[in-house]
Ligand binder design. Structure first.
Ligand SMILES: [Zn+2]
Length: 145
C-alpha cells in the first residue's frame, strides 16, 4: 500500500523529500519527537504536510538519551572514584598508638618529652613501649596528670 519502499523510509533524514503515502503529496520528512507526557521517548519522521508517521528515527549510537545518561553516570562514578579519597580508617583504640596518648608522654610548651625513654618525642610519634594513658571513667576524658 505504501508507494515508497522500506529502503527510502529507513534512510530518511530531516528535510528529505518524499511522496507521503497518507496524503499522497510530495512532502518533506519532518523530524518529530514522540512524547509520553513530558518525556521524549523517541523520534520519528512525519509528513510535514499531514503529520502522518513515516518512519522511526534510528537512535544514533551513543547519543540516545538513555545511553548518554548511563555514560554520564559512569563518567561521574569514575570521576568520584578518582577524586574522592579512600575513606580514612576508623581510629580504633589499641590499633593506633600516638605518643600523645601514652602514659609516658609529657606535654611541654616547647618540646614534648617521653618520660620512659627520657627523650624528645612528637605527639604523633609511635613507640613500641606505648602504654595508653588511663581514661577517667567519670568524664571519659583523659586524666590530666
Ligand atoms: Zn502527508
Amino acid at each position: 500500500m505504501l508507494k515508497m519502499s522500506n529502503h527510502d523510509m529507513t534512510n530518511l533524514r530531516s528535510g528529505a523529500a518524499a511522496v507521503c503515502p497518507a496524503c499522497r503529496e510530495e512532502s518533506l520528512a519532518k523530524r518529530t519527537k514522540r512524547m509520553e507526557g513530558w518525556t521524549c521517548v523517541g523520534e520519528y519522521f512525519a509528513c510535514a504536510l499531514c503529520g502522518a508517521h513515516w518512519a522511526d528515527v534510528e537512535p544514533d549510537k551513543g547519543t540516545s538519551h538513555e545511553k548518554r545518561g548511563s555514560e554520564r553516570l559512569e563518567a561521574l562514578a569514575g570521576l568520584l572514584g578518582e577524586s574522592v579519597p579512600e575513606a580514612p580508617k576508623p581510629l580504633t583504640p589499641g590499633c593506633v598508638t600516638f605518643c600523645k596518648d601514652c602514659l609516658h608522654f609529657m606535654r611541654h610548651p616547647f618540646r614534648d618529652r617521653c618520660l620512659l625513654h627520657g627523650r624528645d618525642t612528637g605527639s604523633m610519634d609511635d613507640c613500641a613501649s606505648f602504654e595508653r594513658r588511663p581514661v577517667d571513667q567519670n568524664t571519659g576524658e583523659e586524666e590530666k596528670s
